[in-house]
Design a protein around this ligand. Structure first.
Ligand SMILES: CC(=O)N[C@H]1[C@@H](OP(=O)(O)OP(=O)(O)OC[C@H]2O[C@@H](n3ccc(=O)[nH]c3=O)[C@H](O)[C@@H]2O)O[C@H](CO)[C@@H](O)[C@@H]1O
Length: 380
C-alpha cells in the first residue's frame, strides 16, 4: 500500500487537498500522511479542523515576519532531517506556495516521486504573482505526475515540454470542497454576521492580502471599500486576513464605518455561506477567483494579471486592478445596472464539476500501478 505524504502549509492548500486526503483515508489502496509546514499555522489549522483532519507531522516553521527565503530554508531544513524516516512512496504538493516549492525540492533531493495538484497554472509573467509563478514553474520541472485542473493548464505544461503521459486533467478540487461546504453549512458563528438573514442592503464581500497588494495598493483598495460603503443600500463585509501587513494598513480605514463589517477570517464553510449570500465579491484572493464564479457571483479581481483566465473569459470575473477609481466605478456599475449584473452573474463550470477528487485519486493509483509494473519488468 503506497504511503503518500501531503506537504503543505497554507489555508488554500489545506482546503484544496482536504477532500483528497479524506477520500484516501477511506481508500484501502493508500496510506496518507499529512505534513503541515505551519507556514500559516493558525488559518491552516482552522481549515483542516473543519474537514476533520489533523496533521500527522508538524514542522512548525512559523516565526513572526520571516522572509520568504527564511520560510523556504526552514521547511527544507526540517524536511531533510525527517523525510527519509517516514518511509513514503510519494510526496503530494499543491499549487505554488513556499511550502509547495520546499516540499517538492526536499522530495526531489531524496529521490521521492512528486505529485503536483493544481499544476500548470501560468500567468505568463515570472514576476507576477510573486513568488507564486516562479514556484509553479520550478516545481513543474521536477514533478513526476502533474494533476492539471483545466485543459488550459494541461496545455501550458505540454508547451513547456512536460510528457503527455505524466499529465491528467482533473478539475479543481476547490469545487469539490465548495459542494461539501454547501451540503454541510453550519450557522454563522460570528456574532457580527448574525443579522445577515434580515439584511436588505446589497452585500459586497471583500478581501485583499496578496503580496502585490501590500503598501500603496492596499490604501487604494481600502479607500475604494469606504467609498462603496457610503453608497445607498450597500453593506461591505470584510473577513480580514491575519497578515499584519494587511491589518495595519486596512484597519484604520475600515474600523467604525457605518456600513462596513470587519470580521476575522471565517471558518471555510461560513466563508462559503457568506459568498453565497454576497451580491458581488471584490478580492485579490485566488480562491475567490475560482469560488466566486463557480457560485455565479460577479467577481471583481483586484489584480492586473491572472493565471486563472477561465472565469474572466466566461464573463463572471473581471480584472479591475487596484486603483480606487476603477474599483468604485466597476462595482457601482454592477450594483446599479441590473442588466450588467445579470450578464456577469452566470455560474462558471470551467474549474470543475465537483468530481476532481475521484480523478486525482484515480490518476495517483494509475501512476503507482505503472510504476510498479515498470519496476517488476526491470527486475525480470
Ligand atoms: C497570495 C497567495 O499566496 N496566493 C495563493 C493562495 O491563494 P489565495 O489568495 O486564494 O489564498 P487565501 O488565503 O485567500 O485562501 C483562499 C481560501 O480560503 C478560504 N477562505 C477565505 C476567507 C475566509 O475568511 N475564510 C476562508 O476559509 C476561501 O474560501 C479559499 O478557499 O493559494 C492559491 C492556491 O494554492 C495559490 O494559487 C495562490 O497563489
Amino acid at each position: 500500500m503506497p504511503k503518500v505524504a501531503f506537504i503543505f502549509g497554507t489555508r488554500p492548500e489545506a482546503i484544496k487537498c482536504a477532500t483528497v486526503i479524506n477520500a484516501m483515508k477511506l481508500d484501502r489502496r493508500f496510506e496518507p500522511l499529512v505534513v503541515s509546514t505551519g507556514q500559516h499555522r493558525e488559518m491552516l489549522d482552522i481549515a483542516l479542523a473543519e474537514f476533520g483532519i489533523r496533521p500527522d507531522i508538524e514542522l512548525s516553521v512559523m516565526q513572526p515576519r520571516q522572509t520568504l527565503s527564511q520560510v523556504t530554508y526552514r521547511i527544507l531544513e526540517r524536511l531533510s532531517g525527517q523525510i527519509e524516516q517516514w518511509g513514503i512512496d510519494a510526496v503530494v504538493v499543491h499549487g505554488d506556495t513556499a511550502s509547495t516549492l520546499a516540499g517538492a525540492l526536499a522530495a526531489f533531493q531524496h529521490r521521492i516521486p512528486i505529485i503536483h495538484i493544481e499544476a500548470g497554472l501560468r500567468s505568463g509573467n515570472i514576476a507576477s504573482p510573486y513568488p507564486e509563478e516562479a514556484n509553479r514553474r520550478l516545481v513543474a520541472q521536477i514533478t513526476d505526475l502533474h494533476l492539471a485542473p483545466t485543459i488550459r493548464s494541461s496545455e501550458n505544461l505540454l508547451r513547456e515540454g512536460a510528457a503527455e503521459d505524466r499529465i491528467t486533467v482533473t478539475g479543481n478540487t476547490v469545487v469539490d470542497a465548495l459542494h461539501w461546504a454547501a451540503e454541510n453549512a453550519p450557522a454563522f458563528a460570528e456574532p457580527a454576521l448574525a443579522d445577515l438573514k434580515n439584511e436588505s442592503r446589497r452585500i459586497v464581500v471583500a478581501s485583499a492580502h496578496r503580496r502585490e497588494s501590500w503598501g500603496a495598493p492596499m490604501h487604494e483598495i481600502a479607500r475604494a471599500l469606504v467609498q462603496l460603503s457610503c453608497q445607498e443600500n450597500v453593506r461591505v463585509i470584510i473577513p480580514l486576513h491575519q497578515n499584519p501587513a494587511v491589518r495595519e494598513v486596512i484597519l484604520p480605514y475600515l474600523s467604525n464605518q457605518a456600513n462596513i463589517t470587519v470580521v476575522d477570517s471565517l471558518p471555510y464553510r461560513n466563508f462559503c455561506s457568506l459568498m453565497l449570500r454576497a451580491d458581488i465579491i471584490i478580492s485579490d484572493s485566488s480562491g475567490a477567483e475560482e469560488e466566486g464564479p463557480s457560485l455565479g457571483k460577479p467577481t471583481l479581481v483586484l489584480r492586473d494579471i491572472t493565471e486563472r483566465p477561465e472565469a474572466v473569459e466566461a464573463g463572471t470575473a473581471r480584472l479591475v486592478g487596484r486603483s480606487t477609481a476603477r474599483i468604485v466605478s466597476e462595482a457601482t456599475r454592477l450594483l446599479r445596472d441590473p442588466d450588467e449584473y445579470s450578464r456577469m452573474a452566470q455560474p462558471v463550470d470551467a474549474y470543475g464539476d465537483g468530481k476532481a477528487t475521484t480523478r486525482v485519486i484515480g490518476a495517483i493509483a494509475r501512476y503507482f500501478a505503472a510504476h510498479t509494473a515498470r519496476e517488476s519488468q526491470l527486475a525480470n
